[in-house]
Design a protein around this ligand. Structure first.
Ligand code: 13P
Length: 333
């Protein structure tokens, strides 16, 4: 493992004012997104949509890296340049989602475990040869009456650490994503307790399996009220609870924490990040790795029409610029 290279890549991904675009929706997920704008999901429509995002002029000012789905890593821009080269030429680091999705956890009703470890070393070599320099693996943790179980937290943390160790062995920076899902009527305190337990378990496993904290990034949820909780915590409360939880459980050696948006509105995802950075300085950079909160407006403006590419790019760049400011704590100044 070359820790200098890993840690340089991890730090580049969280350079001040830059963050990550998560454009790694699996084919079933991107189909859902396209259904919402009445666009058929085909290999070409998926390519055209991603081309629009990646070719937005000046994107590299706000976006340090893009997480791709395997299909996209091997696709090309309209002029025939492979996406990974097009991004790298602009100074945007190509990344790759490597997990194979969250599947039902045996013997645990309502809980999931993420699969994809078998053959992962060989796939990482293939992805690295295609230009990927970082990777992502997402674990899903649901909150409900008696959930999550320790069994769910343990199995997911074990898999995340096995993935991260394999990535570092292959010179690829792992983004470790234990996502506590926001769906449910639970309150912010419950989310904080579950997030704390998830992070403690994950970092215990990362340490036990020899993962170098300097050469990874964490992609967590924010500590927020459940979607249907009658009391919705305000922006300042969310920022303080999230920073408190991360300060307790994330080692200072981790260079950066890049949040998922998880279904928050575009504006709230930006406001929360901004408020957290205003509470700094923190031991790690706090930035974004948003999917929906960077893409929702762009997807709508594009609507599958080649004539709307400029409008889609303008909507995307607006969110990218806002989140860049939030990563500096300068959004609402
Ligand atoms: P969202 O920001 O839409 O949650 O997507 C981020 C992501 O990559 C989830 O794995």
């Amino acid at each position: 493992m070359n820790l200098d290279v890993l840690s340089a890549t991890a730090r580049e991904l969280v350079e001040p004012g830059r963050g990550i675009l998560a454009a790694d929706e699996s084919s079933p997920t991107i189909k859902k997104r396209f259904d919402s704008i009445n666009v058929e999901s085909t290999e070409e429509s998926r390519r055209a949509y991603r081309d629009m995002l990646f070719s937005a002029e000046g994107v590299e000012q706000y976006v340090s890296g893009v997480i791709l789905y395997e299909e996209t890593l091997f696709q090309k821009a309209a002029d025939g340049t492979p996406f990974s080269k097009m991004l790298a030429d602009k100074g945007v680091i190509p990344g790759i989602k490597v997990d194979k999705g969250a599947k039902d956890l045996a013997g645990a009703d309502g809980e999931k475990v993420t699969e994809g470890l078998d053959g992962l070393r060989e796939r990482l070599i293939e992805y690295r040869n295609a230009g990927a320099r970082f990777a992502k693996w997402r674990a899903v943790i649901n909150i409900d009456e008696d959930l999550p179980s320790m069994y769910c937290l343990d199995t997911n943390a074990h898999a995340l650490a096995r993935y991260a160790a394999l990535c570092q062995e292959q010179g690829i920076v792992p983004i470790v994503e234990p996502e506590v899902i926001m769906d449910g009527s639970h309150d912010l305190e419950t989310c904080e307790d579950v997030t704390a337990a998830a992070l403690a378990t994950v970092f215990g496993q990362l340490d036990a399996q020899g993962v170098a904290f300097e050469g990874m990034l964490l992609k967590p949820n924010m500590v927020i009220s459940g979607t249907t909780c009658p009391v919705q915590a305000d922006v300042q409360t969310v920022a303080e609870a999230t920073v408190r939880c991360l300060t307790r459980y994330v080692p200072a050696a981790v260079p950066g924490i890049v949040f998922l948006s998880g279904g928050q509105s575009d504006e709230l995802a930006t406001a929360h990040l901004d408020a957290m950075n205003k509470l700094g300085p923190h031991p790690w950079a706090l930035s974004f790795s948003y999917g929906r909160a960077l893409q929702a407006a762009a997807l709508k403006a594009w609507g599958g029409q080649a004539g709307n590419v400029a409008a889609g790019q303008a909507a995307f760049m607006h969110r990218a610029r806002c989140n860049s400011a939030a990563a500096l704590g300068e959004y609402s100044d």
